[in-house]
Design a protein around this ligand. Structure first.
Ligand SMILES: Nc1nc2c(ncn2[C@@H]2O[C@H](COP(=O)(O)OP(=O)(O)OP(=O)(O)O)[C@@H](O)[C@H]2O)c(=O)[nH]1
Length: 503
């Protein structure tokens, strides 16, 4: 049959569509979830870096405050303090002081430092030659020698007094530092040993010190290696890439501080999935950096929740199947109830719930065809019309219902009581044919109707005329039987009337 096949195909398609929809929703939910998780992790990293920056600022400020009470030649006092600070903040690579001197003052500074105990003190250029030896000092108006405070480099004699004048990342700020009162960060630069680092510098307000040319003569500085920042960050899950860029000056020579990928390889299938990318500035006045995080999404995380999803889907299917089965059962029950009702309406009288005339006719023909002897009792209520007229139709209905119940109570369960129409009833009594028993039945019926019926505090008297005829003893056919019973009932009615008239 083409119809069920079509609807079956529709059901399969509907399920497929539902499955696809569920997986699409699941993927959307997963994407959202991954985005939230990524944002949380990104913020966590940004917060960790901001904390390191705040620590670096504090260290530098305390170092500068300490230095403000001392001169550079008193570095024997400064150095232990600087070492202590570094011990407590291992992510800081080194602490240093930077002095601003004019070209003519360089020789004087070298003399003072040598006299203070640094016999090899000499101001060099910042750059090294191929053998890693410092280059001689270039001639320029102002120099910025660096004195390393902690840790003390191995070749201290050689390193002490390096000049940062030529250093692209520091020089411009130092030159203009007359206006600077706050600390500032350098862009990223490569240390001599190859690591990427960045520096922080802050003017030292020397108490009672000289300030000959309105520029700050002394600065405190520190250096942080990028890899020390990375070491402080938590491990990144596979598929992650974290990058930090300097955003302080637009034309900085090097902007990237670090760019790390998480360990662990990705499956080639993962590359089919999209990536999540977030960028945010790191909140710090002196250290303008921007953090970028990128994550290659992985099938592994997508599959992670699939069993749960499958379970939810199967549960849904199960619930729908149960619901369908339940509604199918409900539908069948409703159809059956409907059929029963239709059957009742076809065979029963609506008011009295007795059999109706068609049903009664059918039962009589069945009995006559199977040659079962039976008796027909035909009963017509007396003076029913006046009840209707006097008390109304509702009273008449109540009387008809009461009569039907009394008749049913009087006969056996296998006998059939029917409402013939109006105020007429018929009873089919199977197997009854002898005269005496018929007379007894008539009397029983009259007795059943005899008690008065109380309707809304009104006492109503019930009586009926009864005609009885037996098949096949007294009639050859059903119609003959009906006629005979009717005649006898009528005769009974007339006789009753005459008696009443006589009385
Ligand atoms: N309340 C009610 N009245 C009905 C119903 N069907 C028929 N009747 C009424 O029953 C009455 C029957 O008429 P009759 O048989 O002449 O009334 P009756 O007073 O019993 O007359 P007799 O048989 O000569 O005693 C009519 O007035 C009909 O309107 C019904 O379903 N409900």
């Amino acid at each position: 049959m083409p119809k069920p096949l079509k609807s079956k195909r529709f059901i399969y398609l509907a399920w497929l569509a539902l499955l696809l929809l569920s997986y699409s929703l699941y993927t959307l939910f997963w994407w959202q979830n991954q985005h939230i998780l990524h944002t949380q992790k990104h913020n966590q990293i940004a917060q960790q870096i901001a904390q390191l920056q705040a620590q670096a600022d504090t260290v530098l400020e305390s170092f500068a405050a300490f230095q403000s009470r001392l001169t550079l030649t008193q570095d024997k006092t400064i150095r232990p303090f600087a070492e202590l600070l570094l011990k407590r903040n291992p992510h800081i690579y080194c602490l240093q002081t930077v002095q601003r001197v004019t070209h003519s003052e360089v020789a004087g500074l070298e003399r003072t430092m040598r006299a203070a105990g640094y016999r090899g003190f000499q101001v060099h250029d910042f750059d090294y030659d191929k053998t890693r030896k410092s280059l001689p000092l270039k001639v320029s108006a102002v120099h910025f020698p660096i004195v390393f405070m902690a840790p003390l480099p191995r070749e201290a004699e050689q390193v002490l007094g390096l000049d940062v004048n030529a250093v692209h990342f520091l020089s411009p700020q130092l030159q203009n530092s007359g206006q600077q009162v706050k600390g500032w960060s350098t862009g990223p630069f490569r240390l001599i040993e190859g690591d990427i680092a960045y520096g922080l510098t802050i003017p030292v307000y020397q108490l009672g010190g000289q300030n000959p040319d309105s520029s700050w003569p002394l600065y405190a500085g520190l250096v942080i290696k990028a890899k020390d920042i990375i070491a402080k960050l938590q491990d990144f899950p596979p598929g992650w890439q974290v990058r930090m860029e300097y955003i302080g000056v637009a034309n900085a020579a090097q902007v990237e501080l670090f760019n790390v990928r998480a360990a662990g390889s990705l499956a080639w299938l993962d590359r089919l999935l999209p990536q999540i990318e977030i960028a945010s500035p790191i909140a710090s006045d002196s250290q303008p950096f921007k953090l970028y995080t990128q994550q290659q999404l992985r099938w592994q995380s997508w599959l992670g929740m699939v069993p749960l999803m499958m379970a939810a889907f199967l549960l849904l299917v199960l619930l729908l199947a149960l619901r369908w089965q339940y509604s199918e059962r409900l539908r069948r029950i409703t159809v059956q109830r409907h059929k029963n009702q239709l059957h009742r309406w076809a065979t029963q009288d609506r008011l009295t719930r007795c059999a109706n005339r068609q049903n009664f006719d059918q039962r009589m023909s069945i009995a006559s065809q199977s040659e079962t002897p039976f008796t027909l009792v035909y009963l017509d209520l007396d003076y029913f019309k006046p009840i209707n007229d006097q008390y109304g139709h509702l009273a008449g209905d109540a009387v008809l219902l009461e009569v039907a119940q009394r008749l049913r109570r009087t006969v056996r369960s296998q006998d059939l009581v029917a409402r013939w129409g109006g105020d007429e009833f018929a009873i089919l009594v199977l197997g009854l044919s002898d005269q005496e028993r018929c007379a007894a039945l008539r009397q029983a019926l009259l007795d059943a109707l005899a008690p008065p019926f109380i309707w809304q505090a009104q006492t109503l008297t019930l009586s009926a005329s009864i005609g009885i005829a037996s098949y096949p003893a007294e009639a050859q056919s059903v119609s003959e039987l009906l006629q005979l019973a009717d005649q006898r009932m009528y005769r009974h009615k007339v006789a009753t009337r005459n008696r009443e008239v006589e009385i």
